[in-house]
Write a protein that binds this ligand. Structure first.
Ligand SMILES: Cc1cc2nc3c(=O)[nH]c(=O)nc-3n(C[C@H](O)[C@H](O)[C@H](O)COP(=O)(O)O)c2cc1C
Length: 424
């Protein structure tokens, strides 16, 4: 029986102190040039006492033309002395109590907001099917551009190591660039970067190989992938098992399983505008550990340690996942509500992490996540996400979480804060 407090040995030789990992959560706390600010350090100083042995950073972007949101940290060229110093301060803050800090690296692809880039690059010119003109029609990457981006992922990872991060995570989930390459609905290329699964996975696999060359054999590399996209004709669970096997053979140290994208946000157990396509091999659970069944179905087939993220809340659910052979449990939203909740759970003071997602919404009925009005359903999603962003801003400012904050006020404040950053 594996306990939450047991260390985890990784294929590269690294060791994580326990079985709880803070999942990546975009912070929006870099300055307008993408340099980490003291507010970001302050947030991680608080999470340093979270009880999680691993802290994975919010997504750091490898292309300033393709941010996931204003305020992303940007590493799209080898870090200069000032950037290295800022990254090192961030790393030291996060690691002050013995947790490891890994940097998640990403390219937002066609999910780059339109106000940041009206013509983002993507595998193919297939736009997101979302109302409200929040995302532009993408332009297909050329082969030379793909090769350049692979080099940037690797260079960002090398900078992370130089700055004192303990590992990196390549973001290939949730519909961003690498995830969209895997998705046959978004990648309709007819060259060697599309078509068969091997073609669609080529950018990810070459990114992993280049990153390994850049960071060396003894540095942890993780990849976050979707267990499925939950869309008809999208990246399937069978595809996921195949890609995970390729990643394990390539020496990836930890595969994090999530699911969904902006069109079908299953990573948060939210419904997209179209009904979710449910893979046959496994089911998502409504309330606890959304992707645990997928992990269980994969465990005998994939040799790399598996991390599962999404809806993991109760000590009993965590024990079940560890018993099944899951190596690490990822925790996201509870850490926006109580930055020390996992430490309390490890100490036996609580038996479950906060589950705020059950009640958070713009309003009742048609104002909520099940609204029949597509636009309202989409705005509800943005408002709920803004609520978490606003709580992270409070924690970063040294304030306490404001549980009385409404989702509509959070949406308004987040728009204001992002606009202010863009104007600065
Ligand atoms: C505020 C917020 C920001 C997020 N940012 C990222 C991110 O930068 N990268 C990523 O892979 N996932 C991101 N996620 C998804 C989480 O990593 C995680 O997969 C999801 O929240 C489900 O886990 P949970 O149920 O424990 O919250 C974010 C989630 C939230 C709530």
């Amino acid at each position: 029986m594996t306990a939450l407090t047991d260390p985890l040995s990784l294929p590269c030789g690294g060791v994580l102190p326990n079985r709880l990992g803070k999942a990546a959560m975009t912070e929006g706390l870099a300055d307008v040039h993408g340099v980490p600010t003291p507010a970001l350090d302050q947030l991680y100083r608080r999470w340093a006492g979270s009880g999680c042995g691993l802290l994975i950073s919010g997504n750091v972007q490898i292309d300033r033309g393709h941010l996931e949101r204003p305020g992303n940290v940007i590493l799209d060229r080898p870090a200069d002395a000032a950037m290295l110093a800022a990254l090192s301060r961030w790393a030291q803050a996060a690691k002050m109590n013995g947790a490891q800090l890994w940097m998640q690296i990403n390219h937002a692809g066609r999910q780059t907001p339109i106000r940041l880039n009206a013509t983002p690059k993507a595998p193919s010119a297939v736009p997101l099917a979302l109302p409200g003109k929040q995302f532009g029609v993408p332009v297909a990457l050329t082969e030379a551009e793909i090769v350049d981006l692979i080099g940037r992922f690797a260079a960002a990872a090398a900078s992370a190591r130089a700055a004192g991060f303990d590992g990196v995570q390549i973001h290939a989930a949730h519909g961003y660039l690498l995830s969209s390459f895997l998705n046959p609905r978004a990648n309709v290329r007819s060259d060697a970067w599309g078509g068969s699964l091997a073609g669609r996975a080529r950018m990810l696999m070459e990114t992993v190989a280049a990153t390994r060359t850049a960071v060396g054999a003894d540095f942890p590399i993780s990849v976050k992938i979707n267990s499925a996209d939950f869309q008809a004709g999208g990246f399937s669970f069978e595809d996921c098992v195949d890609v995970a096997q390729r990643l394990a053979s390539a020496g990836v140290d930890l595969i994090e399983l999530s699911g969904g994208n902006y069109e079908q946000p299953r990573m948060m157990a939210m419904d997209g505008l179209d009904p979710a396509e449910q893979p046959k091999a496994a089911s998502t659970r409504a309330r606890e550990a959304y992707f645990l069944d997928f992990a269980k179905a994969m465990l005998g087939q994939v040799r790399a340690p598996l991390m599962v993220t999404g809806g993991i809340r109760s000590a009993a659910g965590m024990a079940e996942a560890l018993d099944a052979g899951v190596a690490l449990l990822g925790i996201g939203r509870p850490l926006c509500v109580d930055p020390h909740a996992p430490a309390k759970l490890l100490a036996g003071q609580i038996s479950s992490l906060p589950r705020i997602e059950d009640t958070l919404r713009l309003g009742p009925g048609w104002l909520g996540p099940a609204s029949p009005i597509k636009m309202l359903k989409a705005i509800n999603g943005f408002a709920v996400q803004s609520w978490y962003y606003q709580q992270l801003r409070r924690l970063a400012a040294g304030a306490e979480v404001d549980m009385s904050l409404g989702a509509f006020t959070a949406l308004w404040r987040e728009q204001r804060d992002q606009a202010a950053l863009l104007k600065s």
